[in-house]
Design a protein around this ligand. Structure first.
Ligand SMILES: [Zn+2]
Length: 200
């Protein structure tokens, strides 16, 4: 209880709502926004997550709106990456923001090279809530594709950024972290995910 509470309790609390300070209120608001965003992201058990996305052929307003919406959802959900398949759109596009350089979008990405010493680290996924599993990834990655305007882009990524991009790239082929982890962690993850699926 904060000092603030003491002064108010005696005469002002006719209702039962807990009194929140500004930080707590901001946290509660961010949490509500996160939940709302997650509700718009396809969750484990949704068939769209297992489908292969198609090459984008039209670089139009529709595509740019999709990318804007995906970036907003990624932010609201407090994620670092989001693939179009996760919003039920089977187009080869993903957004990611592994660092403070701002969000990036890549359309029709192609892996030009994977390199470095592979590393295993825990990953979570906005479509697999409550799951974190170890996944081995290349530590260096070169991706080429287009930006949402159809201009060529090339991303030379290392470490965490390379990990995030490989995770999102996988989504475009219907591949998820539970497919990339070891048997023991897969079993644990499925045990976490199954009860939630049966409730839908
Ligand atoms: Zn994911």
């Amino acid at each position: 209880m904060s000092e603030h509470d003491h002064h108010h309790h005696e005469h002002q609390h006719a209702h039962d709502e807990p009194e929140l300070d500004a930080d707590e209120r901001a946290d509660a608001e961010a949490e509500a926004i996160r939940h709302y965003a997650l509700a718009q992201i396809r969750q484990y058990g949704d068939p769209a997550l297992r489908l292969t996305a198609h090459e984008v052929t039209e670089f139009d307003d529709d595509l740019r709106r999709l990318v804007d919406r995906m970036i907003a959802l990624m932010h609201d959900a407090q994620g670092v990456g989001l693939a179009a398949t996760q919003v039920g759109v089977l187009r080869r596009v993903f957004v990611f923001e592994p660092d403070d350089q701002g969000p990036r979008a890549i359309v029709n990405p192609a892996v030009v090279s994977r390199g470095g010493e592979p590393e295993t680290d825990e990953e979570g996924c906005l479509s697999l809530q409550g799951v974190r599993v170890p996944v081995e990834r290349a530590t260096e990655l070169v991706l080429e594709g287009k930006d949402p305007n159809g201009d060529a882009v090339r991303h030379e990524l290392a470490g965490y950024a390379a990990r995030v991009a490989q995770h999102e790239f996988d989504h475009l082929d219907g591949v998820m972290i539970i497919d990339r982890t070891d048997d023991e962690h897969r079993r644990e993850a499925l045990a976490t995910l199954r009860p939630r699926v049966s409730l839908r």
